[in-house]
Design a protein around this ligand. Structure first.
Ligand code: OXD
Length: 309
């Protein structure tokens, strides 16, 4: 089969190298090859420009080489081409590690001690809650969210979930939906957003949402930056000194040099690294799905176009 690879990863050359090794029975092309794009069967992409995509008139499947598919959904003329996303166990384990690290920093008040150290202050002991005293609210209970929630629950935290779609989910978590979102927000000491970028999640974490959160609480965003109204968040923190945010994703990435978030001591910034893409395991996953596709000549899309993710 003819595969076209495009990625805006800084290490895309290494990714391509591993991909070529694994897909040795197929042809992998890039923008550097002179190929008629009408001959491409499968696109394996991250942030492909519309101008290239639209020339692949005979595509049979699109593989996202990351977990998210929003970079594909913004392309026009997707028709009904199946879209496959990476479901990588190492990626969701990394997400869990990242979330746990941010919960612990908040729970153990490590920021306070870090700040005190800068000023050579020996701080008095502070009360730190036990796991069973904290409620962690997870927004988005898909392949990654549900896993993170269950792992955290095993550590003795109270864990609740929120889902946009009112579709029944097999889970032992208490799940909240749109109609009782206020209850979900008010109960949580830490809210972790793993929501995808869709029309219905745009700015869901806005002034209205934030003012319902506990005065002393933490917001972690590892889903998509579009879920947070950034101006509302800055305004909220200015009025609530014990409110913290740990953000891995932003409306615009890389975060602009003059963005207000950089200087805010209640905001922790990580540059979209909560779960880096593991080349070997994600390519193994793509290969497995690709082989099934090659054999059966069809593949079930991972994306529900009407739900937008
Ligand atoms: C993502 C990824 O979807 O890094 O954000 O895979």
């Amino acid at each position: 089969m003819n595969i076209f690879f495009f990625a805006t990863y800084s290490n895309h050359e290494e990714f391509l190298h591993t991909l070529r090794k694994k897909f040795k029975n197929d042809n992998i092309y890039t923008v550097n090859d002179k190929i008629d794009l009408k001959k491409i069967d499968v696109a394996m992409v991250w942030n492909i420009p519309e101008s290239i995509f639209k020339k692949m008139k005979n595509l049979k499947a699109i593989f996202s080489i990351g977990a998210g598919v929003d970079h594909i959904l913004k392309l026009s003329n997707l028709k009904n081409i199946p879209i496959i996303r990476v479901k990588d166990p190492t990626m969701r384990f990394r997400m869990y590690n990242h979330v746990l690290s941010q919960i612990l920093i908040f729970q153990l008040k490590l920021n306070l001690y870090y700040e005190a150290q800068q000023k050579k202050i020996w701080l008095n002991e502070r009360y730190t809650p036990l796991n069973s005293e904290l409620t962690i609210g997870i927004m988005g209970l898909g392949y990654i969210g549900n896993y993170v929630a269950m792992k955290i629950k095993k550590l003795g935290y109270n864990v609740i979930g929120f889902k946009k779609q009112n579709k029944k989910l097999k889970t032992s978590l208490r799940v909240y939906y749109e109609k009782n979102i206020s209850e979900f927000i008010k109960k949580s000491d830490v809210i972790v957003s793993i929501l995808p970028s869709t029309n219905s999640t745009l700015n869901i974490i806005n002034h209205n949402f934030l003012r319902k959160m506990k005065k002393t609480s933490l917001l972690v965003n590892i889903g998509r930056g579009s879920a947070v109204n950034e101006k509302h968040l800055v305004a909220h923190i200015s009025k609530n000194p014990n409110f913290y945010a740990s953000l891995d994703v932003f409306k615009s990435e890389p975060l602009l040099k003059n963005h207000q978030f950089w200087k805010n001591k209640n905001i922790t910034i990580t540059p979209h690294v909560a779960a880096i893409t593991d080349h070997d395991t994600s390519i193994d996953y793509l290969y497995k799905r690709f082989l099934t596709f090659k054999k059966n000549k069809k593949i079930k899309s991972d994306v529900n176009l009407s739900a937008g993710y």
